[in-house]
Design a protein around this ligand. Structure first.
Ligand SMILES: *Cc1c(COP(=O)(O)O)cnc(C)c1O
Length: 409
């Protein structure tokens, strides 16, 4: 197939004007929300100062906790460069909030790949080893939450925690919207107000103007090398939510008694503040980029997810390719269009925490950062590439042009 790529991209941009404007208006509201939190918390240059050792009285760290809590409409938060990844953060939340005998009910089907071994496994230190039970309810074939089954299972097993994955992860579905999460939170709290509702918020932050904690979730957690780090935070994770739960999670994060009194970082905290400040705008660029990729490939007859002609509910764009070769070419072209390691050719390989071989394009400033333009795919049928991020819309545009040119010439 021969395609006039430049013409196609211009057509798509013209089609997307309305959608892009709506994304800009959300980004404006989120920017205001973040700025309000900076003002309320009187952030000053001294809050960027490094600390050492135990980090007693580290004002920069404490201020960052307050800032995240306010931005996410939560009572309290923990945000730390000492948390190695999103998986680490989610794991701390499970172990901190739950006790042996407690039951987790996941209501969005199978959780993100790297959580499987957090939840299950014998002799590995998993939740199962600690006597924490787990079960899951798949989404309906429509991709919607299954309210009937949720009600039945709550009655049957009395879960201590309901776990929700907001984003699609490596699955062919739409991410949940905040409206859907709100409806479910209200429903669960009516069934049993003591259930802890925990949302894996990865890839969802600032996509809408509210977060799950604004609409009834007790806890949210995510990675700082995704949305809320704004492409600037070099590492870390966060959890935000009800203060009595954050307190228990703090006991697990450091240790009981020490909780959040300790934790130093002997480098400037500025990237965490600046990243949060930039995040609304960076997420908007990623969303516009996702729509550009989605509309271009849909016009060429490819299946894409989420559907086009609406604003995505997370920053992941899934594209279904016709063959493994096409998929690999696409991922390699994303790498070629990256600012770092553009000369490297990615090939499928094993990754810790994942079952299938994975091919990844990750030519990012921060290693593995997926708020920067990146793409990855497990090598299995159907051949789906998961693309995410983009610090600037223009970068996404350059990359889509390169990818389309190599696929269609
Ligand atoms: C990325 C991600 C995780 C895990 O985060 P890592 O930083 O890769 O460990 C968990 N859940 C979802 C939905 C994610 O997108």
């Amino acid at each position: 197939m021969q395609v006039n790529v430049e013409k196609l991209v211009l057509e798509v941009e013209a089609e997307c004007v309305d959608l892009f404007n709506r994304v800009s208006s959300r980004s404006f509201q989120n920017q205001k929300k973040v700025l309000d939190a900076f003002r309320k918390n009187r952030v000053a240059a001294r809050h960027f100062m490094p600390s050492t050792g135990y980090g007693y009285g580290d004002d920069s760290r404490d201020k960052l906790y307050r800032l995240y809590a306010d931005v996410f409409g939560a009572e309290d938060a923990i945000v730390s460069p000492l948390i190695t990844s999103g998986t680490h953060m989610l794991s701390i939340v499970f172990f901190g909030a739950l006790l042996p005998g407690d039951h987790i009910l996941c209501i969005t089907g199978t959780p993100y790949d790297t959580l499987h071994r957090v939840i299950k496994g014998k002799g590995t230190g998993s939740l199962e080893d600690f006597g924490i039970k787990y079960s899951e309810i798949p989404l309906l074939s429509s991709g919607k939450l299954d309210f009937d089954s949720v009600k039945n299972e709550i009655g049957r097993i009395s879960p201590k925690m309901v776990f929700i994955t907001r984003s699609k992860g490596y699955s062919w579905r739409q991410a949940l919207s905040i409206a859907e999460i709100e409806e479910m939170c209200t429903f669960i709290k009516k069934e049993d107000p003591n259930i802890i509702i925990f949302v894996d918020n990865c890839y969802g932050e600032f996509v809408e103007t509210k977060e799950p904690t604004d609409v009834g979730a007790d806890l949210i957690a995510g990675s700082l090398i995704k949305n809320p780090g704004g492409g600037i935070a070099p590492t870390g994770g966060y959890v935000a939510g009800k203060s009595h739960l954050i307190d228990r999670i703090a006991s697990r994060f450091t240790s009981p008694a020490l909780k959040t009194e300790l934790g130093s970082y002997n480098a400037s905290y500025m990237p965490f503040y600046q990243g949060l400040f930039l995040a609304p705008s960076v997420v908007a660029s990623a969303l516009k980029g996702s729509m550009l990729f989605g509309h271009c490939f849909a016009k060429l007859g490819y299946d894409v997810n989420p559907q086009i002609n609406s604003i995505p509910t997370d920053i992941i764009r899934a594209i279904k390719f016709n063959s493994k070769e096409e998929l690999i070419t696409f991922i390699q072209k994303i790498q070629y269009s990256s600012p770092v390691d553009s000369f490297v050719t990615p090939i499928p390989g094993a990754m810790p925490g994942y079952h299938n071989k994975i091919i990844m394009a990750a030519g990012t400033f921060v290693q593995g950062s997926s708020i920067e333009l990146s793409a990855d795919s497990p090598i299995k049928e159907p051949y789906i590439a998961y693309l995410q991020g983009g610090l600037t819309y223009e970068h996404c545009k350059v990359a889509v042009i390169e990818a389309l040119k190599s696929l269609f010439k």
